[in-house]
Design a protein around this ligand. Structure first.
Ligand code: TMP
Length: 241
């Protein structure tokens, strides 16, 4: 399958049409942004790692019965995926308090949550991805109640699978963001799962001040060792150096 015209360029990926109307090619870039694009940078090799890592995780999730957009990896940076209509909700699942959750509720980062939380942001760069609840999302026609119900169930199933997967690699899954799409009447998992979209902490470093981030927080918070963290996670997942 070949790349035709570029359909969309996001902060971290480009999307190209193909000769198949049901498929697009996603190209992963090394560009990194944070705080709704206010902070910009490059993480060398990130595109390759996120492409391969996301695909490995999607293969694992498919085996657990979670439908995903993955069709086939073409090469290090390019993957054929099903052409979905993205539901403009960022679905955030949390197991441990961190980031905006800690700020919002005044709890320390590292606080273990009594149950996983599922929350949504309305995907809009212009508005800065505001927090949204189900009735607002259905009222605005962003998604139906049935779709939000499916997304919630799938997000929690993804959480279960990812917690177990990362545990084996000595990594604690703190939180992550998913995006879902509509494809032939079904809701399927789209976008990516990578250190850009997950908080991954070295196992056993939950302590609120001493945890070791193996994810994009190293870029967001200027912690240094950004590339090394991405490479470390990829090495544990793939067994590759
Ligand atoms: P938050 O604590 O800033 O709300 O982030 C929660 C999770 O979502 C964290 O794993 C990072 C991820 N995330 C994205 O993937 N994209 C975003 O734009 C934001 C704000 C967070």
């Amino acid at each position: 399958m070949e790349k035709k015209e570029m359909l969309y360029e996001g902060k971290a990926k480009k999307v190209y049409a193909t000769e198949d109307p049901d498929c697009v090619i996603v190209t992963y870039k090394d560009d990194a942004t944070a705080f709704n694009g206010l902070k910009k940078g490059t993480i060398a090799g990130k595109g390759v790692i996120n492409n391969k890592m996301s695909n490995m995780l999607m293969v694992m999730l498919e085996k657990k019965g979670i439908p995903t957009h993955l069709v086939e990896q073409i090469d290090d940076r390019n993957t054929i995926v099903k052409k979905v209509q993205i539901v403009p909700l960022e679905t955030i699942v949390r197991n441990v308090a961190a980031g905006s959750f800690s700020k919002r509720y005044g709890v320390p980062e590292g606080l273990a949550l009594k149950n996983p939380t599922v929350e949504f942001s309305y995907k809009s760069d212009a508005l800065g991805d505001p927090f949204i609840n189900t009735s607002c999302a259905t009222a605005l026609g962003i998604a139906t109640l049935e779709e939000i119900d499916t997304i919630t169930k799938l997000a929690l199933a993804v959480d279960d699978a990812l917690i177990a997967f990362f545990k084996e690699l000595n990594i604690d899954l703190v939180d992550f963001k998913l995006e879902f799409g509509r494809y032939k009447g079904q809701i399927i998992l789209a976008d990516e799962i990578s250190p850009d979209t997950c908080r991954l902490w070295e196992a056993g470093t939950w302590d609120t001040t001493k945890h070791t981030s193996l994810d994009k927080d190293r870029f967001r918070r200027d912690l240094g060792g950004v590339e090394d963290a991405y490479e470390e996670v990829f090495k544990r997942i793939s067994g590759e150096e």
